[in-house]
Design a protein around this ligand. Sequence first.
Ligand SMILES: C[S@@+](CC[C@H](N)C(=O)[O-])C[C@H]1O[C@@H](n2cnc3c(N)ncnc32)[C@H](O)[C@@H]1O
Length: 286
Amino acid sequence: MSVTPGGDVPGNLGDEVTGPGVFVAVRDGYDAVYAALPRSGTFSRIWRASAYGGDFPAEFAHIGFLTTTEGRRLVDLLGLRDREVLVDVACGTGGPGLWVARRTGASLIGIDPSAAGLAAARQRAAGSGLGQRARFELGTFERTGLPGGTAGGLMSIEAFQYAPDKRAAAAELFRILRPGGRLGLICFEVDPARTAGVPVLGADPVPDYAPLLEGAGFTVEAYEETPGWAERVYAAFAAIIGAADTLTREMGEQAAASVVAEAMVTIQLKPYPRRILAVARKPGPP
Ligand SMILES: C[S@@+](CC[C@H](N)C(=O)[O-])C[C@H]1O[C@@H](n2cnc3c(N)ncnc32)[C@H](O)[C@@H]1O
C-alpha cells in the first residue's frame, strides 16, 4: 500500500474531528487496539522487545516508547509535591501514569478519549493496588472536563502530535494546571512539509512545541530530544508490518489495520523530525 500526501492512506484515516476535539479515526483505532491487546501475545511481545527494549515494568506496559530512564527523568523534572494530583492526558491503558503515581506518591487522574483504554486502565489500577488513588475519565487535550487548577502536575506521553488543534490543547493544559505546577510532555514533533495533505498528522503539524507552550503562558524549562528514539520507532514499526497477517488473526481486522497503517505512515513518510521531552512551568509560587 502506498502512502502519499493526499493519496492512498491505509486504515481509512480521515480528518473528521469530534466536538471534544479528537480525530474520529484515531479514537476508533485506539478503541479497537486496546480491546484487542489482551488477545494478541504477538503484539505485546513485538512491542515490548522493539519499542522499549523491555526497559519498562511489565505491570505498567504501554503502547508507546517510554523507557524507565526517560520516565525517571520526567519524574525528576516534574518535581511533584507529596500527594499532589497528577493528571495524565492521553493516558491510554494507564501504564506510564500509574508508574509515576507509584514512584511519587501522587494521586492520578487519567484522561483519554478511548473508552476501551480507560476500562483497561481502571482494571490495571485495581490490580496494582492503586485503585484508591487513581481515576480515569473520558476527555481530550482540548476538553479534559477538569476544573481549572486541578493538576499539581501534568504529563502526556506519545500523544500530543494527535491533537487536532494544538493551540487549544496547550491552552487547556495551562488552564487545568495549578500556578507553579509543571507539564511534562513526551511526543513527536511533526514536519509540515512531509505531512502536507496527510490525514491526522497533516492537520495541525507542529515542528517545535517550545513557542507553542510559551504562547500559552508556560515557561519552558527543558526541551530535549530523547536519545535513541529513531532506532526503536523504526524497529518496532518494521516488526509490526512484518507480522501483519498474524496480528490480523489475533487482533481482528480493525485493530490490526490501525497499527499497520500507523507503522506504514511512519516508515514511508518519516513525519517525525524528533521525539522530544519538554517540561514547562505555569508561572506562580513554587
Ligand atoms: C500511543 S497512545 C499512548 C497512550 C499512553 N500515553 C501510553 O504511553 O501508553 C496515544 C493515546 O492518545 C490518545 N489520543 C489521541 N488523540 C487524542 C486527543 N485529541 N486528546 C487526548 N488523547 C488523545 C489515544 O486515545 C491513545 O490512548
